[in-house]
Design a protein around this ligand. Structure first.
Ligand SMILES: *[C@@H]1O[C@H](CO)[C@@H](O)[C@H](O)[C@H]1NC(C)=O
Length: 444
C-alpha cells in the first residue's frame, strides 16, 4: 500500500517535471494520409505527455484544431514571407491574416521567422532576417498582441566549431552581422534562441553509444576539465559557448528539432532500436532537468522531430521515417511519451487520401515578380521538397527562367502538402490551374 502510493506520487511528480519543462513535437504534414488536425489535437492531449506542437506554416486548419485545447502552438512564417515582414504595413497585414483569427482561442507561443534561414536562405533573405523579426514583433504589438514571441530556428551550420564544447563559436560573418544583433533582440524580449541539434548527423559507426546516451568513454574538454557523456549536451554547450562569446550566455536556448529516423537505406545508423534509444533517453534526460556541464540545472524547451512518418517527403527513405507515430496513431516505437500505461492505438478512423483523379497544378500568377518567385523557390527547396529537377542538369532546369523554375517548385510544394488551396497562396503569387504545365522531359 505504502509502496503503491509512493509510486503513484512519483509518477505524478515525474509527469509534472516533464510537463513543466515543455516537451513538444514537430507536426509536419508532408503526407497524404494523415488524420484530420482536430483528431491529432485530441490524440496529443488525451494520449500523450507531449504538451506543445510546432508547425512549419500557419495552416489555418491546424490553428483552428488546437483552439481551446490548452496546447500551445508554435507557427512558422515561411522563408518566402521574410521580405514582406520587413515592412511594418505588410507585417501588420500578415498578423491580421494569419494570427488574429486564431489568437487567443489558440495559444500561439512563438512565431518563427523562416526555417533555418542561415542554412537555406539566399543573401537577401539572410540580410533581412533580423529586420523581419523586429518588425513582426512591432506589428504584433501594434495589433495589440503581447503574448506571442518572435524568434527563428537555426541548423548547426551556423557553427564554425563545436569541439571541444567550450571552444564552440559561430561562423564569424554570421556572428557579427546576424546572430549578435539577433541575440540582442532575444535578450530584450526574453525569448529563446532556437537551434536544431541532431546527434544523428554526427554518426560515424564508432560513436553510436555517445550519440544514443548509452555508457561510453565520453568526451573530455581539456579547457574546462568537464566530461561529456552524450553528444546532445556537447552540441548544446558548443552553442552556449558561442553565445557567451558574443556576450549572450544568459539568453535561453530552445531546441526546435531533434530526433532520429527509424528506417533508412541500408545505413546502420537507422533502426527502430536506435531511434527508440535516442528519443527515449532524450525524454528521460530532459525530464531530469539537470542541464548540461556548462549549463547546470538549466532546462530546454524541446520539440522532437517528428510526430508522424511523412510519406510524401522526397529524398532518401530516412526522410519519411522520422515519426514517433504512423498516420493511424500506432507508435513506431515507445519512447516514454504515452500517458500512464496507454499504448498508442488507433483512436479514430483516419481520413482517406485525397482522390488523385481531379488534376490540379499550382503555378505562378502572371503578375508575380521574378524576385517573389525566387523567394518561393528558396522557400520550397528549404522545406524538404526535392529540387534536383530544377538544378543545372535536372529535367526541369531552365537557365535564367525563374518563372519556369518556380512553376516546378511551387507545384511540387502544393502537391506534397495535400493540394490545399492555401498551399498555393505564396503571398498571393500562386494560382491553381487545371492546365498541365509539363513540357518536354519536364513532367510537373
Ligand atoms: C543545481 O541544483 C542542485 C540541486 O538543487 C544544487 O545543489 C546545485 O547547487 C545547483 N547548481 C547550480 C549551478 O545552480
Amino acid at each position: 500500500m505504502a509502496t503503491t502510493s509512493f509510486l503513484s506520487a512519483f509518477v505524478v511528480l515525474l509527469h509534472l517535471v516533464i510537463t513543466t519543462h515543455g516537451l513538444g513535437i514537430n507536426y509536419g504534414t508532408l503526407a497524404d494520409n494523415l488524420p484530420p488536425p482536430a483528431t491529432v489535437a485530441n490524440f496529443l492531449k488525451t494520449r500523450t505527455t507531449l504538451d506543445r506542437v510546432k508547425i512549419y506554416d500557419v495552416n489555418p486548419q491546424i490553428l483552428q484544431a488546437f483552439a481551446n485545447t490548452g496546447i500551445p502552438v508554435t507557427v512558422t512564417a515561411p522563408n518566402g514571407d521574410i521580405a514582406a515582414l520587413k515592412q511594418i504595413d505588410s507585417a501588420r497585414q500578415w498578423v491580421v491574416t494569419h494570427i488574429k483569427p486564431y489568437h487567443k482561442q489558440t495559444k500561439i507561443q512563438y512565431i518563427l521567422v523562416g526555417s533555418e534561414v542561415l542554412h537555406w536562405g539566399d543573401a537577401t533573405m539572410i540580410r533581412g532576417l533580423n529586420s523581419a523579426i523586429r518588425t513582426l514583433h512591432a506589428a504584433l504589438l501594434a495589433e495589440g498582441i503581447t503574448d506571442i514571441k518572435v524568434t527563428t530556428a537555426h541548423s548547426l551550420a551556423i557553427m564554425r566549431s563545436s569541439i571541444p564544447p567550450s571552444a564552440g563559436r559561430f561562423r564569424p560573418g554570421f556572428a557579427k552581422h546576424v546572430l549578435g544583433p539577433m541575440l540582442q533582440f532575444l535578450k530584450e524580449t526574453r525569448t529563446p534562441f532556437m537551434v536544431n541539434p541532431y546527434p544523428y548527423f554526427s554518426y560515424n559507426g564508432k560513436n553510436v553509444n555517445f550519440l544514443l546516451f548509452r555508457p561510453n568513454r565520453g568526451l573530455y574538454d581539456k579547457y574546462t576539465k568537464l566530461s561529456y557523456t552524450n553528444q546532445f549536451d556537447a552540441l548544446l554547450d558548443a552553442v552556449y559557448s558561442a553565445m557567451k562569446d558574443l556576450g549572450y550566455g544568459d539568453v535561453d536556448i530552445a531546441i526546435g528539432e531533434t530526433g532520429w529516423p527509424s528506417i533508412c537505406d541500408g545505413w546502420d545508423a537507422c533502426s527502430v532500436a536506435n531511434a527508440q534509444s535516442f528519443n527515449g533517453q532524450l525524454v528521460k534526460h530532459l525530464a531530469m532537468g539537470k542541464g548540461t556541464p556548462l549549463m547546470p540545472n538549466r532546462t530546454f524547451e524541446t520539440y522532437i522531430f517528428a510526430l508522424f512518418n511523412e510519406n510524401q517527403k522526397p529524398g532518401p527513405i530516412a526522410e519519411r521515417n522520422w515519426g514517433l507515430f504512423r498516420p493511424d496513431f500506432t507508435p513506431v516505437y515507445d519512447c516514454g511519451i504515452m500517458r500512464n500505461g496507454q499504448k498508442g492505438a488507433p483512436l479514430a478512423p483516419t481520413n482517406p487520401a485525397p482522390a488523385v483523379g481531379d488534376k490540379k497544378w499550382c503555378v505562378p500568377k502572371a503578375a508575380a515578380t521574378d524576385a517573389a518567385l525566387q523567394e518561393n523557390i528558396n522557400y520550397v527547396c528549404s522545406q524538404g521538397v526535392d529540387c534536383k529537377p530544377i538544378q543545372p542538369g535536372g529535367v526541369c532546369y531552365a537557365a535564367n527562367n525563374v518563372k519556369a523554375l518556380a512553376t516546378y517548385a511551387m507545384n511540387a510544394y502544393y502537391q506534397a502538402n495535400g493540394r490545399h488551396d492555401f498551399n498555393c497562396d505564396f503571398s498571393n503569387t500562386g494560382v491553381i490551374t487545371t492546365t498541365n504545365p509539363s513540357h518536354d522531359q519536364c513532367k510537373i
